[in-house]
Structures are given as structure tokens and as C-alpha cells.
Design a protein around this ligand. Structure first.
Ligand code: PHB
Length: 371
């Protein structure tokens, strides 16, 4: 196949400084759950090839990874809480580095989006308040309804922060370049932020300041380990993914971002609109307010294609663009965008679970040329 290089504006392909790292372009691989981990939450060897194939992204954010057995909410997702997991991540980070790439790990605690069958001792999942989410859990027995979680005791909160600290240290030992704190998509930290899921009466509930407390304590613990220049945070202020909502998201997230800014985090990763859905949602606010409140890099995500990415960067509405699904089926996405080449569509049947098929067998342009 030969493709005439269409006129492509340079914005996406300009280098950018991310803390101490010089990224060769502004294309970020978004964290993507692929559900291929082995027994004991150990990442699969196939992930070495999978991430190495995608190393031309300016930055890869590896898939959501549980910080503790309690933080797990789906079968076959990897962990970063023990030595076997650290050891299995090491060749993955090494393979990406060998190809000149950069890799952050996304630190994940699912909170109430879990099921006793996935929890240590088949205990109830934990949450800010005992409020049952709508939806289903993906377990060993397939899809089952989510359950009413157990509200965390105030005395347990320091232990949750500690889980993040240990996971951040483990990510360092595994050779990552930094970490992203997952505070989006209705998982534990988001459950604390928003008033639909947080009805607590202690210092972790009620006012905006109190609901933001856990995330900020986690940010402090993780930046203690890494320094702010290697820590990002992901938020989804307008998303209802995970049966979540807030009665007044603009002041909530403005406070959150101002406080994160004081921790000098390197980037803010914002899912615009509904996760994996519409970019505009009723009752939303202009997320550029958050960009104004943050001195670090602004990473935009949700349904970007080349024209929207270019116009967003040109208008300086973001510094980095995260692409999710296109990276599943286009390991050389950066090159394809650069020359305006067609993109492969991902196969839905192999997105979650399984082995090499639909994981490491999507072709690059070069491989297509040889077929
Ligand atoms: C998922 O496994 O479907 C998933 C994981 C993390 C997210 C969103 C979705 O942030």
C-alpha cells in the first residue's frame, strides 16, 4: 500500500516536555483494560509485546492496575501489590524503554464496583457509603449483579492511602516512568468525590473539601514517592460511568484541580463528557475552567479523531491527546495519524480476555504492505 502524505498540521507531532521526560509527540495511549492477566493478578507475558508494539506513542498509560486485592473489580486485571507482579511488569517496562517509549502505570482501586467473589475472603467490596451501584460485575462466573458495598470506617482510611503508597513504590521497582492516579469513572476515589455515592458524616464526606480529602491524601502519598513531576491524575467530572453523579460538579472539580495544582502534578487527564460515550452531556460545564486552574499539562480524552485532536491542540485547549480504542487495533497509530493512513477497527470479541488474538496481532502499515 502506498499513501500520499496528505497535508497534516504538525501540532500532534511536536515534542513536549512532561516533567523530566521529553515526549516525541503529543499522542498518548490511554489506559485500556484488556483482561489478560494470569493467576494472582500477574500481568501476562503477552503484555511485553503488546506494549512494545505501541512504544511510538509519546506516552503510554498502562491499563488500570489494582493497588491491592481489595481494589480488584474484574477478572483478569493485573495488580501492582506484590513481588511477583512487580517482577512480571519489569520486562514490560524494559521492552517499551528499549524502543524509546515512556510508560506510566494507572493506580486503581475500584471501591464498590466489585463483587464478593473477587474479594479476599469473599468479603463485601468497600465504598464511602453502603449504596448499591446499578450494573454488573465481570466475575469468574460471568456477569453478575453488583452488590451493596460496606462503608469504610474512618479508621480504615489511612490504610487505603497506604495501599496507594506501596503500589506507587512497587511501580518504581517495576521500572515505570511515573504513575497516574485513577480518580475517574466511578471507582473508589471518584465515589468519594461525588455526592451520589458519598453520604459520609466524617471528615471524608459532606463538604467539597471533605469529599476531596481522600484523593488529596493519595496525591500526597504518591508524590512523596515519585515527586509531582512523575504523577498525573485522571478525572471524569461529567461522566456517569459506574452509576455516578454529583449535584454540582463545577465547584467540586474546580476545588479538586486547584488543590492538585498545589501538589505540582505533571498532568491532568480529563475525560470529556461520558466515558466512551457522548462528549457533550446535559448539565455539563466548560472543562476549560479546569485547564485554567492547572499549571501542568492538560491531557484531553474521549472520542478524539485526527481533526478534533489537531483543532484542540491548535486552539491550545489541551497539551496532549489520549486515544483509547484506536490504539487497540493500530499499534503504529502515531505513524498512521502522521501520514493520514486508514485505521483498523478493533474487534469487539477480543477486547477483553483471551490471548494473543486481537491483542498482539493487529498489523502495522509496514506489515500490511508485505501481505
Ligand atoms: C473496564 O474494565 O471496563 C474499565 C476499567 C477502567 C476504567 C473504565 C473501564 O476506567
Amino acid at each position: 500500500m502506498s499513501i500520499e502524505s496528505a497535508h497534516v498540521d504538525p501540532y500532534l507531532f511536536e515534542p513536549v516536555q512532561l516533567g523530566p521526560l521529553t515526549l516525541p509527540n503529543r499522542v498518548v495511549m490511554a489506559p485500556l483494560t484488556r483482561s489478560r492477566a494470569k493467576e494472582a493478578d500477574v500481568p501476562s507475558e503477552l503484555a511485553i509485546e503488546y506494549y512494545a508494539q505501541r512504544a511510538s506513542a509519546g506516552l503510554i498509560i498502562a491499563e488500570a492496575t489494582q493497588i491491592s486485592p481489595q481494589g480488584k473489580g474484574y477478572v483478569f486485571t493485573p495488580g501492582i501489590y506484590d513481588a511477583a507482579q512487580v517482577q512480571a511488569w519489569q520486562p514490560i517496562t524494559a521492552a517499551v524503554h528499549k524502543k524509546g517509549g515512556h510508560l506510566f502505570l494507572q493506580l486503581w482501586h475500584v471501591g464498590r464496583i466489585s463483587h464478593p467473589s473477587l474479594q479476599p475472603g469473599h468479603a463485601l467490596p468497600v465504598a464511602p457509603s453502603a449504596i448499591k451501584p446499578e450494573g454488573q460485575a465481570y466475575t469468574d462466573e460471568g456477569f453478575v449483579p453488583l452488590v451493596t458495598p460496606r462503608a469504610l470506617e474512618t479508621a480504615e482510611m489511612a490504610g487505603i492511602v497506604e495501599q496507594y503508597r506501596v503500589a506507587a513504590q512497587n511501580a518504581q521497582a517495576a521500572g515505570f516512568d511515573g504513575v497516574e492516579i485513577h480518580a475517574a469513572n466511578g471507582y473508589l476515589l471518584d465515589q468519594f468525590l461525588r455526592d451520589k455515592t458519598n453520604r459520609r458524616t466524617d471528615q471524608y464526606g459532606g463538604s467539597i473539601e471533605n469529599r476531596a480529602r481522600l484523593l488529596l491524601e493519595v496525591a500526597d502519598a504518591v508524590t512523596d514517592v515519585w515527586g509531582g513531576e512523575r504523577v498525573g491524575v485522571r478525572i471524569s467530572p461529567l461522566s456517569s460511568f459506574g452509576d455516578i453523579a454529583d449535584s454540582n460538579p463545577e465547584p467540586l472539580f474546580t476545588h479538586v484541580v486547584k488543590q492538585l495544582n498545589r501538589r505540582k502534578l505533571v498532568y491532568l487527564h480529563v475525560i470529556e463528557g461520558d466515558t466512551g460515550g457522548p462528549r457533550e452531556v446535559p448539565g455539563g460545564f466548560d472543562l476549560q475552567v479546569l485547564r485554567q486552574a492547572f499549571d501542568g499539562l492538560f491531557m484531553a480524552n474521549n472520542g478524539y479523531d485526527m481533526p478534533l485532536a489537531q483543532s484542540t491542540l491548535k486552539a491550545k485547549r489541551a497539551d496532549l491527546i489520549a486515544f483509547g480504542r484506536p490504539f487497540i487495533s493500530n499499534p503504529d497509530l502515531v505513524e498512521r495519524l502522521r501520514i493520514g493512513a486508514p485505521l483498523n477497527e478493533p474487534d469487539k470479541n477480543t477486547m477483553y480476555g483471551g490471548g494473543a488474538q486481537g491483542y498482539i496481532d493487529y498489523p502495522t502499515l509496514e506489515q500490511e504492505d508485505k501481505r
